[in-house]
Design a protein around this ligand. Structure first.
Ligand code: TPP
Length: 370
């Protein structure tokens, strides 16, 4: 195991002092350490991983220094374009250190959405010509090799992180004034749905909690599409479902997911179907992966949604406010609901016990697809 603070300080000693990325549960301790010790402008939690690569590239342009990008391997897809068309030696040739959490590592148990990504994590790097090392306790020597390579070749270098490599490091989570947890809010939402209503829910604990609430209510899971991977695409999936059915489709998004591909909301807003019902749970955090903040505290989310085509946006913080808002959303077109919830989830929160394909088939059956 690597002492997280020592690792971070070793990066600083080697002039790697600008960090950007999207947090990852496997890198939660490292992300917490970077967050707690870096000046605000030197650690940017980006909307998606591609943005982080671009920021690290920009930082190199103005300082000559090597920037550091942290990310889960799920974000490899998001970095392909800037790595190949900006950073690559055939284009601008820009060095940067990529720290990649290896979910779904072959031979280790993980959730379905991580299996394929875990299998191809290293081969994707190879296909892009990105040199890498799977980091070990001998990290100082491994980092020296990486730094020498980045400096002499002007190319990126990835260090791939296996589960449990970093020692525990606690993040201080800013207390909010909100009372409902996400799970309480989801219970309220579900209790106000009609039997035929469909849910498309976002990546992380939202979908896990919905699964457990449905189990508890003995309602089955056939009305729900639980987006286990594919972060940031929930609203687009829900849009696709909504245009193929007359049932109300309730998209339950998270602020991190919303930000990741925010442009999609503008496109959806410009083409709003009557039955597309958008609920954004804004807890100002990537709660599912350790509580790292998102930037939504400094954004006016209702105004953004209005500018994207929603004619009204209701903000709810209590059970009654959710109930009243849902009454309006269910009958009126183009109203969005923004929830303010506090951070936190149950220690014993489970994971879906049905497979993604069982989930898909049950939903399609419900929607009348034979
Ligand atoms: C492309 C990609 N990057 C990172 C992750 C890791 N990840 C899973 S859930 C999550 C946080 C989601 O935050 P938000 O949408 O705000 O929901 P919350 O967890 O706060 O309920 C992250 C970063 C991922 N699954 N996919």
């Amino acid at each position: 195991m690597i002492d997280t603070k020592e690792f971070y300080e070793y990066l600083l000693d080697n002039s790697i002092d600008f960090f950007a990325g999207v947090p990852d549960s496997l890198l939660a301790n490292l992300c917490a350490c970077i967050k707690m010790n870096s000046p605000k402008e030197k650690n940017i939690i980006t909307a998606n991983e591609g943005n982080a690569v671009a920021m690290a590239a920009g930082y190199h342009l103005s300082t000559g220094n090597i920037g550091c990008v942290y990310m889960q391997n799920s974000g490899e897809g998001n970095i392909v374009n800037p790595l190949l068309s900006l950073v690559d030696e055939d284009v601008y040739s820009i060095p940067m250190l990529l720290i990649i959490g290896w979910r779904g590592e072959p031979g280790k148990h993980d959730e379905p959405q991580h299996i394929k990504q875990g299998k191809v994590t290293l081969s994707l790097l190879e296909a892009m010509g990105t040199k890498y090392v799977v980091l070990t306790d001998n990290y100082k020597a491994e980092l020296q090799t990486a730094i020498k390579y980045m400096k002499t070749e002007n190319k990126p270098y990835a260090i791939v992180i296996q589960k449990g490599l970093f020692s525990s490091y606690k993040i201080e989570i800013e207390k909010s004034n909100y009372h409902l947890t996400r799970e309480d809010a989801l219970k309220e939402i579900i209790s106000n749905l009609k039997d035929e209503d469909i849910i498309v829910s976002t990546t992380g604990k939202t979908s896990r909690e919905i699964f457990e609430i449905r189990e508890y209510n003995k309602q089955g899971h056939s009305n729900d599409f639980l987006t286990v991977g594919s972060m940031g695409h929930t609203a687009s999936i829900a849009y696709g479902v909504a245009i193929g059915t007359t049932k109300n489709v309730w998209c339950i998004d998270g602020d991190g997911s919303f930000l990741m591909h925010m442009g999609s909301i503008g496109v959806i807003g410009a083409n709003l179907p009557n039955n597309f019902k958008y609920i954004l749970n804004d807890n100002n955090a990537h709660e599912s992966v350790g509580g790292q903040p998102t930037c939504t505290k400094s954004l006016d989310i209702p105004s953004i949604l209005k500018a994207c085509g929603f004619k009204d946006v209701i903000v709810a913080e209590t059970n009654d406010e959710i109930k009243n808002a849902m009454k309006r959303l269910s009958i009126e077109k183009g109203i969005a609901l923004v929830l303010h919830t506090k951070q936190g989830s149950r220690e014993n929160l489970g994971r879906p016990t049905t497979t993604p394909q069982e989930n898909k088939l049950a939903l399609m059956h419900k929607l009348g697809v034979r």
